[in-house]
Design a protein around this ligand. Structure first.
Ligand SMILES: *[C@@H]1O[C@H](CO)[C@@H](O)[C@H](O)[C@H]1NC(C)=O
Ligand SMILES: *[C@@H]1O[C@H](CO)[C@@H](O)[C@H](O)[C@H]1NC(C)=O
Length: 166
């Protein structure tokens, strides 16, 4: 009985690469599922960045050192940044806590840390789109409010889902 259970744990440990606790509707996933967001239009819009990131993830297979290497993490963040920009550009949010989310990236970095690899937080930080210039004729304060609301919504979904999962 015990032996079977331990074997199962060992097998499960081998099958999973990183164990990333995204939380919410997604739960704990491995690296190959990290960018598989439910809003497929995001993946279409961000094909260049996300295909590159997914290619790097599949090349790494279950090698955590490779999955947590700065070039891999940078590629993943670039895909997340593109989804984040896309959500803001479309004034929408995603129900998927992995989509354009700093919280999801932080969960990825935490998984790396648990596996013994430090990922600098600067590599998993999303920034406000550089091309943001706000709607024409809208005052600065309104434009900043829109940005803040969009960011809060994008970041909030992940955190709220995490909280509601506790
Ligand atoms: C990606 O997600 C879809 C459903 O959301 C699932 O059918 C598919 O197996 C997933 N792919 C991977 C690689 O996890
Ligand atoms: C794991 O990845 C690291 C970094 O990319 C590489 O140096 C190492 O050789 C890989 N290990 C295996 C067993 O493939």
């Amino acid at each position: 009985m015990h032996f079977a259970f331990i074997s199962f744990l060992l097998l499960a440990g081998q099958a999973l690469s990183l164990s990333i606790d995204v939380g919410g509707s997604v739960g704990t996933i491995d690296a190959t599922q990290f960018l598989n967001v439910s809003d497929t239009y995001l993946l279409t819009d961000c094909q260049t960045q996300c295909s590159n990131a997914n290619a790097q993830i599949s090349t790494c297979t279950t090698n955590d050192s490779c999955l947590c290497a700065s070039n891999t993490v940078t590629a993943i963040t670039s895909c997340e940044q593109c989804m984040f920009d896309d959500l803001i550009a479309k004034f929408t949010t995603s129900a998927d806590p992995r989509a354009g989310s700093t919280a999801a990236l932080t969960a990825y970095a935490t998984a790396c840390s648990s596996a013994g690899f430090t990922v600098p937080s600067s590599l998993v930080t999303l920034s406000i789109p550089s091309n943001w210039d706000g709607p024409l004729g809208v005052s600065l304060s309104t434009a900043s409010t829109v940005v803040i609301v969009a960011i809060t919504a994008a970041l909030g979904t992940g955190s709220l889902l995490l909280l509601s999962n506790l």
